[in-house]
Structure formats: C-alpha cells, structure tokens
Design a protein around this ligand. Sequence first.
Ligand code: ADP
Ligand code: MG
Length: 425
Amino acid sequence: MDLYGSLKKIFGFNQFKGLQEDVVNSILSNQNTFVIMPTGGGKSLCYQLPALMKEGTAIVVSPLIALMKNQVDAIRGISENPGIAHVLNSSLNKTEVNQVKTDIQNGVTKLLYVAPESLIKEEYVEFLRQQKISFVAIDEAHCISEWGHDFRPEYRNLRNIIKQIDNVPIIGLTATATEKVQEDILKTLGMSDANVFKASFNRANLFYEVRPKTKEVEKDIIRFVKQRPGKSGVIYCLSRKKVEEIAQVLQVNGINAVPYHAGFDAKTRARHQDMFLMEECDVVVATIAFGMGIDKPDVRFVIHHDIPKSLESYYQETGRAGRDGGEGHCLTFYSYKDIEKLEKFMANKPVAEQEVGHALLQEVVGYAETSMNRRKYLLHYFGEEFDDVNGPGADMDDNMRNPKKKHEAQDEVVKILSVIKKTNE
Ligand code: ADP
Ligand code: MG
C-alpha cells in the first residue's frame, strides 16, 4: 500500500501534518533522522507509520511509562492483534515478558516501547540482538542533554546499547528547539549525518505578557482569573508551599481551583488532574510536576507566579495554553529577586551545572526585561528568524500592544547592558 493509503487506513487521516511526510520518507529509506517539532506537532506518527510499514520491530525509547502505555493502547486499537505493540518494562512478570518475546520472534510486534533503564538490561540486549529490528526511535531525545530541561543520565548510554543490538537507523525526536541541545543530541547519538527536520516553533495564537511582581501579585492573579469565568487555566508556582497557598487564596475568593504537586499521593494527584480534564474545576495551581503529557486542548491561560529557570521551560509551560488554536494568554510575574532566589538554589550544585544554570537564567532575565517583540525574542533564542511586522502573531504581546515610552525603553537597555556586563565579568 502507498503512503497515503496507509495513513488513511491505519490512522484515519487524509493528510500529513507539517513535515511528517518528509520524515516518514526519510525513515522508510533507512536514514538516520532527527525531528524537531513543537509539542502537539505530531511526532509519534513520524515513527509509528514507518514502523508499521517496515519489516521487523521498531524499538521506541521513551522516558515516561504512562505515555508509553497510552501510545501502545492507541496502536492496539487500530489492529486486530494486540501483539502489534508492546511495552517492555520492570513491571512485567515472567509470563508477560515471554509473551512479548514470542510476539517479536514471530514478527507480530511492530513497535516495542522501552524505558531507557530497561533497554540497558543485559538480558534484553542479548535477546534483541538476535531479532530483526527496523530502527530505533528515541522520543524526548533532549533527555540526553544537560542543556535540556529534563536531563536523564540513563539516556547517555543509548548509543552504546543500540550499537550492541544492531546497526540500524536511529531516529531522534524532540520538542526542544535550542541549538545547544540539538547539537548535543546529534553528537551523543553519533548521528551527525542525520536528515534534520525542524518545524517552526511559533505559536501564533498565544499572547505573551510579563508584569512586574509586586506585593499585589495575588490580587492581580485573582482579578485576571475572575475576568475569565469558566475558562481553564494553569498557574505555575516554584514551591509546593506556594501552590497550596495560592490555591487556597483562589478558593476563598470563589474560584474553583485545585492544587497539584509531587508531594500529594498518586491518588490525589490523579483526582485533581482528572477534575481539571473533566472541567470539574477551572484552575490548577501547580509546580512543574504538572503538565508532562497533559493534553487539554482548551487551556485558555497559563500564569507563572514565579518565573521559570529557563526560556525552554517557559516555552514548554506556556505552550500548554491554546493547543486547540484558540485564545491562550501567557502571563508571567517577574521580579529580579526571583532570579536571585533561583541562583541561590543552584549554589551547592557542581560548578559546571551552575554555569549552565546561570547562562539559562540570564536569557530569562533578557526576555522578561525586553521591550522588543517577545515572540521574536523567544524564537531567536530557538535559532528561528521572526518577522515582527508581518509574521503570524506579530502583535500578540504586551510590548507590541502597549509600546513602552522611549525613556522607559532606554532605562531598560541600560539595565540589560549592566546585566550582560555582569555576566561577562
Ligand atoms: P507530539 O508528540 O509531537 O507532541 P503527538 O504525536 O502526540 O504530538 O500528536 C499530537 C496530535 O496530533 C495527536 O492528537 C495526533 O492524533 C494528531 N495528529 C498527528 N498527525 C496528524 C495528521 N496527519 N492529521 C491530523 N492529526 C494528526
Ligand atoms: Mg510526543
């Protein structure tokens, strides 16, 4: 069957999204392939479709067990044979592992999802060496890089393990757009020859706003939320304590909010997350523990009570607004004191890590204090040119809607220059 036939028959789609078709062709022609697309861009299909079309089993490395399970269930839903996709992880018992192995040996399994810590297991490597493997896809490939927002040391070993299994094409996929992380991924996976596909990271429907953080911040947040009755939103805070405080303040003020952080037991977390997804509450007040893999399309605002530690995190977190293409207001409260706080947190980390952290923070300061087009600033950080006159969403930020007066802007330049000077000293 041809490509479009398979797309329609397997996934029910008439069209590829963005660069998907080129990516699929690259994988089908057995080339190392690197895919950089924002969250929601449709990366899964890029490896799932070729995996289903090719001979052998594709290995998919992913860090999140819950997400792997979702994907496996989805793939099983489109096939008569449940063996078509499997997860291999430490929670399987002996019988289950044997079933997975039998399905792979019989050529039934097209997609095998594994967590990196399972793939490293001698027993699995030994088994997989003897099977027909079509390719290895590494999802969330930024986990390989210390410059990414979610570094996982066990990712660094992947190249070695893959080499032991077979000489097959490697597919890296990430929503991380920074050049540093991209270089790191290509280098660490030994795939500098890869075909690189990078989609635009512009989210034209998001409105970016940064406000000074004052003592009135809680009142500001309440007012903002109350102006949007019944709308879904996420409020990010740095600490668990702050999450609980803000959630309570909102509740007292008649806003239907729930708290979410890793300090709650799994049951409570799941319940609060479900309440949000099922629209039984409007607002989740959360630490960054909330969001990975949450795909609620109609989140209308994301508020940062505390500024994130990198622009990368800022982009990912604000990116949870307006997935459906509708309104998405991203409001951040900024005070330089919070930057100093974040610097302090790093004080007892290894020096190299501190340097990375400091450099990332300076970019956040630059973004928060700039009077230029925020979208242009953000996309520039991701190595992307943006036309701030005619580009999609060019006027969608506070600086463009209410340009600062000249002297204010000049004051800012002086401030930024002094920050840059400090950084260089
Ligand atoms: P990513 O991993 O890049 O964040 P996903 O693979 O989870 O994105 O896909 C995001 C959404 O896009 C999913 O709901 C998926 O069904 C949808 N999607 C993917 N490809 C297409 C397509 N060609 N046409 C329509 N919808 C698509
Ligand atoms: Mg994905």
